[in-house]
Design a protein around this ligand. Structure first.
Ligand code: GLN
Length: 277
């Protein structure tokens, strides 16, 4: 049905275009040349935009991340790959900058950005009101879910059963913040890496791990005897964080993200790493 409507519409448009062409005088220049001129203007604007952006290192876009967060960022040999790494590369290209990725603890990313050591944090980072006090966030490029990982034979069946249990989290993440608030600091074990929290779960040192759903899937696939609870703990938005004073970079990144969304690049990058369920 949709297709039929499209064909009908296309037909109508062709007819009205033909009518226009008959009535209007012939264009002075061929359409192709006009397009090229437009493209040249656009390219010049982009270069001008790039020239106005100030980065920590001139000509370089420095991204701070924690490369233990598959499939958003992880090591493949010596290279950091993943959704965020590819989005950053595409953004850098649009801005005419060279991408440099700095791996650090998740908990250090915002400080690196505010202290002028990195231009942006891109780390499957959730937009929160608290973080917004220190950094600006770009438009969101993905949705994240705080998931609960437990041993297959666990008696924990839903988020409510976490009461009084030992919960493993990654330090400074929203999983850490929410669990510490909801179940008490004394019940939350904080690890520098998500994988360390999972190892504690495998060895029975904690009863559950609260972590973002995509890394959770990778960890469950890599370790026998674990499962992800059906109930989601929280649904969140991922975005890049940028120093408050660098609004030119914020605007440029938002512009690049919008273009990458519009031309399907973003979807294609995500599709490479996350198969649709
Ligand atoms: N999305 C979570 C947060 O922002 C975890 C991100 C991460 O561990 N890289 O806190």
């Amino acid at each position: 049905m949709k297709k039929l409507v499209a064909i009908l519409l296309a037909g109508t448009m062709a007819v009205s275009l033909a009518a226009c062409a008959a009535a209007a005088p012939a264009p002075a220049e061929p359409a192709a040349a006009e397009e090229t001129a437009e493209e040249a203007v656009e390219a010049a604007e982009e270069t001008a935009e790039a020239a106005e952006i100030t980065t920590v290192e001139p000509g370089v876009l420095t991204m701070a991340t924690n490369a233990y967060f598959p499939p958003y960022e992880y090591y493949e040999g010596d290279a950091i790959v993943g959704i965020d790494a590819e989005i950053a590369a595409a953004v850098a290209e649009k801005l005419g900058l060279e991408l440099k990725i700095e791996d650090m603890e998740f908990d250090s990313i915002i400080t690196a950005v505010t202290a002028g050591k990195a231009d942006m944090g891109l780390a499957g980072m959730t937009v929160t009101e608290e973080r917004k006090q220190n950094v600006n966030f770009s438009d969101s490029y993905a949705t994240g879910i705080q998931a609960v990982v437990v041993p297959e034979d666990s008696d924990i069946a839903s988020v409510d059963d976490l009461e009084g249990k030992k919960i493993g989290v990654q330090l400074g993440t929203t999983g850490d913040i929410y669990c510490s608030d909801d179940y008490g600091e004394e019940n939350v074990e904080k690890f520098n890496k998500g994988n360390d929290a999972i190892m504690a779960l495998v060895t029975g040192k904690v009863d559950a791990v609260v972590i973002d759903n995509e890394p959770a899937k990778s960890y469950v696939a890599a370790n026998e005897g674990l499962k992800i609870l059906e109930t989601e703990y929280a649904v969140e938005d991922y975005a890049a964080c940028i120093a408050k004073e660098n609004t030119a970079l914020l605007d440029a990144i938002n512009g690049a993200l919008a273009e990458l969304k519009a031309d399907g690049t973003l979807e294609q990058i995500v599709g490479k790493y996350i198969s649709a369920e």
